[in-house]
Design a protein around this ligand. Structure first.
Ligand code: SF4
Ligand code: SF4
Length: 288
């Protein structure tokens, strides 16, 4: 089975136009033309004529669920979702940030997505072993079957061999590169706090300048906030201008949470977020 990106693009345009014309959606969140084909952009179509600008190719990595929380409650939104993006939508529904009935999910079954910086195929790193959206209303292509299913945690092997001191040294070196541009936060569908703790002055939780200790504070707090919530889209890592492998930390935390609470983030709208849901059989390991 080969993926026809062009066919997905055509279906995306057709459905977006139909939903806008019928009033079933007042905005469609999808991908638009960028300055070249490797750099498509997040795109909002508001009128049927806007859909001519919609594109879809192997570089459309953006997690469009990121933009759902920007619209007032009750806005009817159609959103293009690949596998990980659909998990973000589910997680946002669990967290009561959006309502299922306000959304039309345009599911995109796909593999072979690429990082425009490196040309690397990112499926193994960022799809959580999934190629089909977990939840959708309209599927814009045939379900993907027959692709190798990789564990989302395979890429952790080398990292997990490090002892505590080596891990600390690894992250210290990486975080010392951080310029505090906050692109990781901006790209993340689960980073929606307004204001973010690091932007607050009263109380002031951490230093905002790109210094070693402040960087550590920002990242460790962000990692904690995303525990049990990160849906493994990898957008934070790809957005980072200095290539800090943030996905490694998020995956490690996700793995621990899955082992402790028996659920991965964003897999079912029936689930409750792992860290806000108490069950008597919960593992005590979190207290260690
Ligand atoms: S922390 Fe990174 S990988 Fe996880 S949901 Fe946010 S952007 Fe995606
Ligand atoms: S995107 Fe990279 S450089 Fe920017 S704040 Fe995040 S980790 Fe730091």
């Amino acid at each position: 089975m080969t993926i026809s990106f062009k066919q997905i693009e055509e279906k995306l345009k057709t459905e977006a136009k139909r939903l806008l014309e019928s009033g079933q959606a007042s905005v469609v969140l999808a991908y638009g033309k960028g300055y070249d084909e490797k750099h498509p952009m997040p795109y909002v179509a508001r009128n049927p004529s806007d859909v001519a600008n919609i594109v879809f190719n192997e570089y459309c990595n953006y997690n469009m669920a990121r933009y759902l929380v920007r619209y007032p409650a009750g806005t009817k939104i159609a959103v293009a979702v690949k596998a990980a993006d659909s998990r973000a939508v589910i997680q946002l529904i669990q967290e009561e940030k959006v309502k299922r009935e306000d959304l039309v999910l345009l599911g995109i079954p796909v593999y072979g997505m690429k990082n425009p910086k490196t040309q690397e195929i990112i499926d193994g790193k960022t799809t959580g072993g999934l190629y089909n959206p977990v939840l959708y209303d309209i599927l814009l292509g045939d379900e993907v079957h027959g692709q190798a299913i990789q564990s989302p945690y395979d890429v952790l092997a080398a990292y997990e061999l490090m002892d505590k001191e080596a891990r600390f040294a690894f992250w210290k070196k990486e975080f010392d590169k951080c310029i505090r541009c906050y692109a990781c936060r901006k790209a993340c569908p689960m980073c929606y706090c307004d204001p973010c703790f690091i932007d607050q002055n009263k109380p002031k939780w951490g230093d905002k300048s790109p210094q070693s200790h402040g960087n550590l504070m920002y990242h460790l707090t962000r990692f904690h906030h995303l525990a049990g919530r990160c849906i493994d889209c990898g957008e934070c890592s790809r957005a980072c201008p200095v290539d800090i492998p943030l996905y490694l930390f998020h995956k490690k935390v996700a793995k621990e949470c899955e082992e402790m609470f028996g659920q991965a983030a964003g897999m079912s709208i029936e689930d409750k977020p792992a860290l806000v849901n108490f069950r008597v059989d919960d593992s005590d390991k979190i207290l260690e």
